[in-house]
Design a protein around this ligand. Structure first.
Ligand SMILES: Nc1ncnc2c1ncn2[C@@H]1O[C@H](COP(=O)(O)OP(=O)(O)OP(=O)(O)O)[C@@H](O)[C@H]1O
Ligand SMILES: [Mg+2]
Length: 361
């Protein structure tokens, strides 16, 4: 166990033995030291490479259907194998001419920002290709695809609660890193955080992807006012949509929506529901702090022996605070990291797996 964690743990045990009150009143900073949140210093594997169109074609067998991983608003993503033997994911940007300028802007922002970031919970950009009008982004390959598919999509087995908590913690650490100034000296708002942009590696470690809408927030400028609201339905911060004011807390709202997806296994927007029930936040918000009603929204597909009600109650409480309408009433991402660490510990303790939980945080 890293030294920081041992000392934090000892400190936490001391404090808990003196205070038997409700966990909500704990100031998590007293239990989990800041160094636990800092990324482990890693050497950046290499600078982003520039690839040719031929290399992209060879890597993907000419973009064969067999290599198709998924399709998003900006194009298709293929599995590819580089000459070095490295397996990668290649996003082939395909946009109608009318949206070409928008696509170009997102491509540049993605390359510019992601090639300068390095954190275990952010997907790595291996390189890119810009050939004539063709644009490709080459990422590290994430074996388990996107989080949404494991909650309500193609995944065969639904994730159990500890795996969901692990995904929530990884994503929270990635966002906390973006929001801190430790990456570029300036906080960054992701602006398109959602469950399809949380990718899972072979060990179900979560990494955030898609930085095309990311926005740098210079020091002292906690708010950025935009005329055009960008992002994805179901994840929009109501304050941002109504005033155009973008803040770091807009990501916290979207993070809260993903927490609700993890808890309920439902989609952020479900068009199969009636007009008043399509939005997940509106569907469940009023149930989150009611212990009895809360049971009704827990994903029925989730293994019952993988969670304790205590940890579900804590998790729902955190989610409900993240999706508050007033942005200044939401917790920060650093708070979210600490609370999720506490939730993991509580769940494991309830299930008699304490040592396992300490390894996870
Ligand atoms: N690095 C990667 N490794 C493995 N699979 C990936 C990777 N990047 C993307 N994918 C897969 O490709 C799919 C499409 O990704 P893409 O980012 O284009 O769209 P999206 O995030 O699903 O939606 P949208 O474009 O509307 O935001 C993802 O949902 C994911 O399953
Ligand atoms: Mg995506």
């Amino acid at each position: 166990m890293p030294f920081g964690l041992v000392s934090a743990w000892n400190k936490r045990r001391r404090s808990m033995s003196q205070d038997h009150s409700d966990p909500w009143i704990y100031k998590p900073a007293e239990f989990w030291q800041l160094e636990d949140l800092a990324p482990q210093p890693r050497k950046r594997r290499h600078a982003s490479s520039v690839f040719t169109l031929k290399e992209m074609e060879e890597a993907t067998c000419s973009f064969s259907d067999g290599n198709l991983l998924g399709k998003g608003g900006f194009g298709r993503v293929y599995r590819g194998t580089l000459k070095s033997g490295e397996v990668v994911a290649i996003k082939k940007m395909e946009l109608p001419a009318i949206k070409a300028a928008e696509g170009e802007r997102e491509f540049r922002v993605e390359v510019d920002i992601l090639s300068r970031l390095d954190h275990p919970n952010l997907v790595s950009l291996i390189g890119y290709c810009a050939d004539g009008k063709q644009r490709f982004l080459v990422y590290e390959y994430m074996h388990n695809g996107n989080l949404q598919d494991h909650l309500n999509g193609i995944g065969e087995r639904r994730m159990d609660w500890p795996l969901r908590l692990k995904a929530a913690l990884g994503a929270a650490k990635g966002l906390a890193y973006l929001h801190s100034s430790s990456c570029l000296g300036i906080p960054i708002v992701h602006r398109d955080f959602k469950s399809t942009n949380v990718l899972l590696d072979a060990n179900f470690e979560a990494k955030i992807s898609d930085f095309g809408l990311a926005k740098l927030m210079p020091e002292g400028q906690e708010t950025h006012v935009t005329a055009r609201v960008l992002g994805t339905f179901g994840y929009f911060d109501p304050e941002y949509t109504s005033t155009g004011k973008l803040t770091l807390q807009s990501d916290v709202y979207a993070f809260g929506v993903v927490l609700l997806e993890l808890l309920t296994g439902r989609r952020a927007v479900d068009l199969n529901q009636g007009p008043n029930d399509q939005n997940l936040v509106l569907q469940v918000r009023h149930l989150l702090n009611d212990r009895k009603k809360l049971r009704k929204v827990i994903d029925p597909e989730m293994a019952r022996n993988s969670y304790t009600i205590e940890s579900i109650v804590m998790f729902a409480n955190l989610a409900s605070r993240c999706v508050r309408s007033e942005s200044n009433e939401r917790p920060s991402m650093v708070d979210c990291v600490r609370e999720i660490q506490m939730i993991i510990y509580t769940n494991s303790k309830g299930l008699g797996m304490v040592m396992h939980s300490l390894r996870m945080v």
